[in-house]
Design a protein around this ligand. Structure first.
Ligand SMILES: CC(C)(COP(=O)(O)OP(=O)(O)OC[C@H]1O[C@@H](n2cnc3c(N)ncnc32)[C@H](O)[C@@H]1OP(=O)(O)O)[C@@H](O)C(=O)NCCC(=O)NCCS
Length: 166
């Protein structure tokens, strides 16, 4: 089914298409402030847009290779159209990102999520990510999380995938 969906690099003009769907695709949470226009200006070379054959937006991923740590990459946001979930599209977006950054010398990928975001945690686990656990983490909703990681009240699970060098 998702074979009919193509992946391409985003353009700045995609910001106007992606921004309005963010809150809806995240289940009604107000999160569009996490996607300022700069993501579609300065990170398009490592990000992806998924589109159906008729041009409708099917998903997106914004991420980058760390300027400070060139062997590490970071996925800031990923989402797929709620009508197209559990069909392998999220996996395709992640695999495209990973293949791409691996070729640039990256050996690990990090992402973060809220401990209550069960679909996201299950998705990352399915892709081989592990939840960082140890000093500094506390169980929140049963998951190891860094309390107040993004400021007071914003507890976060840090997810990491090691990728073999190409
Ligand atoms: C997380 C998200 C991107 C997954 O996208 P998707 O297109 O449904 O993912 P896939 O179909 O490629 O799923 C791959 C595997 O992940 C796991 N998975 C994905 N969604 C899951 C869910 N809701 N519950 C349990 N497992 C899930 C499954 O193992 C799945 O394989 P399977 O369907 O063969 O069992 C999507 O649910 C989403 O957009 N959520 C809202 C935004 C968000 O929370 N993003 C992540 C934090 S930035």
């Amino acid at each position: 089914m998702t074979d009919e969906i193509g992946l391409r690099r985003p353009k700045e003009s995609d910001h106007a298409r992606i921004l309005p769907v963010v809150d809806d695709w995240w289940g009604g949470r107000s999160l569009h402030h996490l996607l300022p226009r700069l993501w579609l200006q300065h990170f398009t070379g490592t990000s992806w847009v998924a589109e159906a054959a008729d041009g409708r937006l099917a998903g997106f991923l914004v991420g980058f290779v760390s300027p400070d740590h060139p062997t590490r990459a970071y996925i800031h946001m990923v989402a797929t159209n709620p009508n197209l979930r559990r069909r392998g599209l999220g996996r395709r977006l992640y695999e495209a990102f990973i293949e791409d950054v691996r070729a640039r010398g990256v050996t690990s990928v990090t992402a973060i999520t809220w401990p209550g975001n069960r679909p996201s945690l299950a998705f990352h686990a399915a892709l081989g990510f592990t939840v960082q656990e140890g000093p500094g983490t506390t169980k929140v909703f049963g998951m190891p999380a860094f309390v107040d990681y993004e400021g007071p009240g914003s507890d976060i699970c840090v997810l990491r995938l090691e990728i073999p060098a190409s």
